[in-house]
Design a binder for this molecule. Structure first.
Ligand SMILES: C[S@@+](CC[C@H](N)C(=O)[O-])C[C@H]1O[C@@H](n2cnc3c(N)ncnc32)[C@H](O)[C@@H]1O
Length: 277
């Protein structure tokens, strides 16, 4: 089968880390989280995974895989809760990469929309067959024309996993305000880190993409205060690693949970939910 190339040192490449993390977590901690699609997708990519594979057994990389998994578990939790109220709602995966969380939440009635840059959507289309009730949109999220293609009439939940770190503060604000104007009754769920977390990312992922300056990039130290952008938006926030699940699962060590606690408390990793009134 033809392999699909993922270019190095591009924004597109950032989709590899969470994808590989989900694969790794499914292998190491299957009771906690299993992504049935991740391994097959990795096998179909023309990408040199050897650097990542070398670090497979390091504690920090193991923790990285837990980060990828917990974020998706949290998103799934929020999406399923919303679908209970609005079963025919549209689930919109913002900056979807090769993530199939929408499918993992499919109740047979909802719609699924995946949005990412054209090169990512093109790779996605070659790797993942679009299902009934599913649509891929190739567009920069900062160009709001993609919203014209999203039907929120039966409810809509947008989620962005690992995406807003590449946005400026004002860009996230303006996107959230636009969504709140267009989709009353909808929700937006996304992860964030505090300033310290952004600096740590700077040393790794962001630097590889040629982003050398974190000034102005999105971070949140106190979600309830700092995301209070409109009277029409109700903001709630939970810890990213331990806010939804206690991570007490076979293979997960006390040291993993301790680091998870520190990630939530010190790096201020959070999952934020905006409810549009
Ligand atoms: C770290 S990856 C996360 C991918 C996916 N959400 C996941 O959890 O596996 C970030 C993704 O956001 C996409 N992205 C970043 N900025 C974007 C923008 N302005 N418009 C559309 N997609 C964007 C990238 O192309 C990439 O696929």
């Amino acid at each position: 089968m033809k392999k699909i190339k993922i270019e190095k040192n591009t924004v597109q490449e950032t989709l590899i880390i969470p994808l590989y993390g989900r694969k790794m977590c499914s292998e190491k901690f299957p009771k906690l989280y299993t992504d049935i699609f991740a391994k097959e997708l990795c096998d179909r990519l023309d990408y040199d995974f050897s650097e990542l594979e070398k670090k497979n057994n390091s504690f920090l990389y193991e923790f990285g895989s837990l980060e990828a998994a917990m974020r998706q578990l949290d998103m799934i939790w929020e999406i399923k809760a919303y679908l209970k109220k609005r079963p025919k709602a549209t689930i919109v995966n913002l900056g979807c990469g090769l993530d199939e969380t929408g499918k993992a939440c499919d109740n047979g009635l909802c719609r699924i929309v995946n949005v990412d840059f054209p090169d990512v959507i093109s790779a996605r289309k070659q790797l993942i067959t679009e299902q009934e009730r599913e649509k891929n949109i190739a567009c920069d999220l900062k160009d709001y024309s993609w919203m014209d293609e999203v039907d929120g009439s039966n409810g809509v939940i947008f989620f962005a996993a690992g995406v807003f770190h590449y946005f400026k503060m004002d860009e996230v604000k303006s996107l959230a305000l636009e969504l709140s104007k267009r989709y009353s009754g909808g929700r937006l769920v996304f992860d964030s880190v505090g300033k310290l977390g952004l600096k740590l990312m700077m040393a790794t992922a962001l630097k590889n993409m040629g982003i050398n300056n974190v000034d102005g990039l999105f971070y949140v130290n106190n979600p309830k205060k700092e995301l209070n952008w409109s009277e029409r938006i109700k903001v709630t926030s939970k810890g990213y690693m331990l806010g939804y699940y206690d991570m007490k699962s076979p293979g997960i060590r006390f040291s993993h949970r301790l680091l998870a606690k520190m990630a939530d408390k010190i790096i201020k990793m959070a999952i934020n939910k905006m409810e549009f009134e």
